[in-house]
Design a protein around this ligand. Structure first.
Ligand code: COA
Length: 391
């Protein structure tokens, strides 16, 4: 199990900046040997790395879902299920599914444009786009096509895969890029179109997942102590990977290394081929994992922020199952007025679920400037992550 866990407010974030201010000689260790770096050479290295530490704030959020949706009654025509079972066991009423020209890129671009408009930031002023997704339109990622679609010509655009924890991990990363002083405007997008990988004959999974996307613009502030990320906590446990997968498999006719096998006619098949399998899930194990890890990680983030659950104005968790959300809310003594849930409308949109819930809560006038928002994601990997944000 690997663990990454620290407070964003810790001064160690700014080690580079501190060195720049102190100047002078310092020691550098290379391959176990200590070498003294000359004052002149040290100064030139420091000059290149000297970024002015900055604060970071949430400037705007936006969301987008596909036009078409499937109700529980629609699913009951595909598999042996019914509206009452799905609502009682998951809280889900319907889920949106891409169709026609819609794609991960088109949804992400729509949500991003809304977030930029809300933030009052022009696309060309973005320095970085982090697209959290497990279902890009292209194997090599979709961040660059989102960049092109919104006209963010000056931004580095990269994909980040951490399944349903992806958006929280993306926000933590985005804030740190800004805190380091190098980037002023960062767009973090959480987007997934898992309907592409759902087995519509499997009632254990097809009732859960929907497509959707949310986006957040983070911007720098001059005061380093003014940071929207008050504390965070992130984890992975690959030993539990088998509980939630959509693995790559070679198509029949290619060998296990993906190399083409000779055809019956004696020649080689044109190339190796394969595809990602449908989502496979051990629902009960994932449920147990979620109800244990989410309260644990939120507690750790609160501790790092120097806060208690009484300081939480809103809990915005990954929307996977209403019973998981209720369990966490109960653990922290939070009533429904402090819990954001839209799972009934969208189901589990993976990396999209947290920012979609945030964007709706802001639009409804629930989350307002100054509010303390506890957020958490969990899912495949296995991964889980939480953050305490000051809106
Ligand atoms: N409709 C009707 N009955 C269903 C059903 C469905 N869609 N899915 C399962 N059932 C049946 C089962 O066959 C079982 O029947 P049996 O008692 O006759 O054997 C019964 O309902 C209970 O099944 P079980 O698997 O124990 O249900 P559950 O209460 O654990 O709910 C999940 C199943 C998938 C909803 C739940 O385990 C869950 O949400 N897990 C977490 C999944 C998740 O969050 N994944 C994404 C993480 S990012």
């Amino acid at each position: 199990m690997t663990t990454l866990s620290m407070s964003a407010a810790a001064p160690r974030c700014f080690a580079v900046g501190s060195r720049a201010q102190s100047g002078g000689t310092r020691k550098a260790t290379t391959a176990g040997r200590t070498a003294r770096v000359s004052r002149a050479r040290g100064a030139s290295l420091i000059a290149r790395a000297a970024f002015t530490p900055a604060g970071a704030k949430i400037a705007g959020v936006g969301m987008a879902v596909p036009t078409q949706y499937l109700t529980n009654d629609d699913l009951s025509e595909l598999v042996d299920t019914n509206d009452e079972w799905i609502r009682t066991r998951t809280g889900i009423g319907k889920r949106h599914v891409i169709s026609g020209d819609e794609s991960l890129t088109s949804l992400a671009a729509e949500a991003s444009k809304k977030a930029l408009a809300a933030a009052g930031v022009a696309a060309e002023d973005l320095d970085l786009i982090l697209l959290s997704t497990s279902s890009p339109d292209d194997l090599f990622g979709s961040a660059c096509t989102v960049q092109a679609a919104i006209g963010a010509t000056g931004a580095l655009a990269v994909d980040l895969t951490a399944a349903c924890s992806g958006f929280v991990v993306g926000v933590v990363n985005g804030v740190h890029f800004i805190r380091g002083g190098e980037y002023k405007n960062v767009l973090v997008v959480g987007a997934d179109v898992l309907s592409r990988y759902v087995d519509w004959r499997d009632r254990g999974t097809c009732i859960l997942f929907g497509d959707g996307c949310g986006a957040m613009v983070l911007t720098s502030t001059p005061d380093p102590s003014d940071c929207c990320l008050l504390g965070f906590d992130m984890h992975s446990d690959g030993a539990g990977n088998h509980n939630l997968t959509a693995q790559f498999a070679y198509e029949a006719g290619t060998d296990t290394a993906g190399k083409s096998k000779p055809t019956a006619e004696g020649g080689d098949a044109p190339s190796s081929r394969g595809a990602f399998c449908n989502i496979g899930m051990n629902g009960q194990e994932v449920f147990k994992f979620a109800v244990k890890t989410v309260p644990d990680t939120v507690s750790k983030s609160l501790e790092k922020a120097g806060m208690t659950s009484e300081d939480i104005d809103f809990l915005v968790m990954h929307q996977a199952n209403q019973r998981i959300i209720d369990t966490a809310a109960k653990r922290f003594g939070l009533g429904p007025e402090k819990v954001v849930s839209n799972i009934a409308k969208y189901g589990n949109t993976s990396a999209g679920s947290v920012p979609i819930a945030m964007a709706e809560a802001v639009e409804e006038g629930r989350i307002k400037k100054g509010d303390v928002v506890a957020t958490a994601g969990f899912g495949a990997g296995l991964t889980w992550a939480s953050a305490i944000l000051r809106w």
